[in-house]
Design a protein around this ligand. Structure first.
Ligand code: ADP
Length: 497
């Protein structure tokens, strides 16, 4: 069966749906999204929808402390790795000086600082033009999503590994906040979405990508032609063990993952077969704070992703890391602890009836997935930690909250003390989460071949691409990246403004 469209999009996660909605916004375009799984949404549906964007208005209530100032000063004065880095530092410096002049007491932030932190947090191996494109467009994406009905909360926090308090969250469980409004808009705008349809290969005519070959669940074969080409939005490869082990041999094949089973790198396989280049394929992210055993993100006690009111302790009841660390540092620290796991410890002040995945917290307690007790000593007994140690750790931490200083590990974020029972302990352990590497693209989301030339008609957006997050993606940079580049890919493909 052969069908013809203006644009063919492969994958229905955040990137694919953002592309589809953008492509059909002005009407008159015939667009298809094919999705191999029976459900729409990909990993985007599974995530906690942490979304980083500098947003002066929502950040205005957050204070700028001396340690945060030190972080900015250090980053702008560090020896640059290359001229693009030097230019980015200079741009942040100019914004920071203007900020100091303004006398503002609120948290400093701007797209350039977001970009510099993304670059530094990825060990300076990301591509600055892509990062700049991302950071300068992401607030626009957030507003666009809100316009489509995404319930953006007013509170901004710092998600796990986000490195700055610019993580937005939504008043909806998990990735529903993003997928639901995008899907509604796509349906309203007449996008055709087909599930159970797996893209198998790209069709190239006269050097241009003009469509995909696909197979449905019954094995029937289809050809979908795209007059303006194809957007690959097929996500990462955390569930493709062969690809994952080849990329990151330090991970073991039996390691669990937060990802949906469809994250098997199909887009990378299809595009490299026609000559596409890849970037950063050796970088795979492990998320530090997943559920031990299953590896899912779910099961925590707190409502928000912010880490300012939580500490993590090992089986001895001791802290062992700054909780606002990069994800890779956090994982490395957990691996050194007994049992390679830890417990999120928090008090009742940040617990609501449900967590950010819409799970009922008391149900999780009754299932034994979260521990709850009126006193820290009782909580310690439940999780088999020496009660005196946990009490001492929390007492020391509460002093640090007052002093806003953590001399041992260098934590920067402090909000409430851990003091109001009931107290909660949630077991957490590392789980494979995100593949930073993928297809090489330029800032217009065009796929490049191994020599750096544009492959006409082929675009890619989201986790299938490489080069933005370097060696370590900041928490909260994924949904923000995939939706932003999904929009860019559609605009480039169709020549939209
Ligand atoms: P992103 O965050 O980059 O949008 P997601 O993981 O959210 O990535 O979504 C990618 C989607 O692409 C998933 O739903 C996945 O099942 C789908 N997908 C992956 N490979 C194929 C394929 N060969 N054909 C159709 N859909 C695919």
């Amino acid at each position: 069966k052969t069908e013809a469209y203006d644009l063919v999009i492969v994958g229905s996660g955040g990137a694919g749906l953002s592309a589809a909605v953008t492509a059909t916004e002005k009407g008159g375009r015939h667009v298809i999204v094919i999705e191999k799984m029976p459900v729409i949404g990909g990993n985007t549906l599974r995530c906690a929808s942490a979304f980083n964007a500098a947003d002066p208005e929502r950040q205005s209530r957050l204070p700028m402390t001396d340690t945060l100032k030190d972080a900015v000063v250090k980053a702008i004065n560090e020896k640059p790795a290359n001229p693009e880095h030097a230019k980015l530092q200079a741009d942040v410096k100019a914004k920071y000086e203007a900020y100091l002049k303004s006398g503002s007491k609120s948290l400093f932030d701007c797209p350039e600082w977001h970009a510099l932190q993304t670059y530094n947090g990825g060990d300076k191996v990301g591509k600055i033009p892509l990062i700049r494109t991302y950071a300068s467009n992401v607030k626009g994406t957030l507003d666009w999503l809100q316009g489509l009905g995404a319930p953006v909360l007013d509170r901004v926090s710092q998600g796990a590994g986000a490195l700055w308090q610019r993580t937005h969250q939504f008043d909806a469980p998990a990735g529903n906040a993003l997928i639901e409004p995008l899907l509604k808009a796509a349906n309203k705008q007449g996008v055709k979405i087909v599930t159970g349809m797996r893209a198998q290969s790209l069709i190239v005519k006269n050097g241009k990508v003009v469509g995909v070959r696909a197979t449905d669940t019954l094995g029937d074969k289809y050809v979908f032609n795209g007059r303006h080409g194809v957007i690959l939005a097929t996500g990462g490869y955390s569930q493709n063990k062969q690809m994952r082990q080849k990329s990151a041999p330090n991970l073991t094949p039996d390691m669990v993952s937060t990802n949906q089973p469809g994250a098997t790198g199909d887009g990378i396989i299809m595009a490299t077969k026609i000559g596409a280049g890849t970037t950063g394929m050796n970088y795979v992210q492990v998320y530090p704070l997943a559920t031990p055993g299953s590896g899912t993100l779910q099961g925590r006690a707190r409502k928000m992703s912010g880490l300012d009111d939580v500490i993590d302790v090992n089986k001895n009841g001791e802290r062992f890391v700054k909780e606002d660390a990069r994800r890779d540092e956090f994982v490395a620290a957990i691996k050194k602890q007994p049992g390679a796991m830890c417990y999120d410890i928090n008090d009742s002040q940040i617990v609501k009836k449900t967590n950010s995945f819409n799970e009922d917290v008391d149900t999780l307690v009754s299932l034994g997935r979260i521990y709850k007790a009126d006193t820290l000593a009782d909580l310690a007994k439940q999780i088999g930690v020496p009660p005196k140690n946990l009490e001492a750790t929390v007492a020391e931490y509460n002093k640090q909250v007052e002093a806003k200083n953590d001399p041992k590990f260098g934590r920067k974020l402090f909000d409430k003390k851990i003091e109001k029972g009931p107290f909660y302990a949630t077991p957490r352990a590392p789980s494979i989460h995100h593949t930073m590497g993928g297809l090489t693209i330029n800032s217009r989301a065009q796929v490049l071949d191994t020599k750096g030339h544009v492959i006409p008609g082929l675009y890619a957006a989201g986790e299938v691409t490489g080069g933005i997050h370097g060696s370590n993606r900041l928490g909260g940079n994924a949904t923000a990246d995939v939706t932003t580049f999904g929009r860019i890919a559609a605009k480039t493909a169709l020549g939209l403004k």
